[in-house]
Design a protein around this ligand. Sequence first.
Ligand SMILES: [Zn+2]
Ligand SMILES: [Zn+2]
Length: 93
Amino acid sequence: MLVTKCPHTNRKHYAKNMCSSCYRKFGRKEYATKCEHTDRLNYSIGMCQTCYLADYHQVSTILIILIINTLLFLQRRTKVKRREKKEALKLAK
Ligand SMILES: [Zn+2]
Ligand SMILES: [Zn+2]
């Protein structure tokens, strides 16, 4: 085993590819369980940082699409209403 997960690659390997001081600091941290990167540290809600951020962005993209669709729908509706008003005015004349 070699020290690869901490900057102290010249120190003696202790556990989980870290030197003893880094293992004590980081080694007992939780690892990601809800994504495929179980060798990475748990960033939030059981996912590694990459997957957590990707998931977050996915959610916000869906929200943005929903908002845009709603706005477009409302815009279309007001346009139709305006047209209806114009036609009603024409008929009234
Ligand atoms: Zn270290
Ligand atoms: Zn991941």
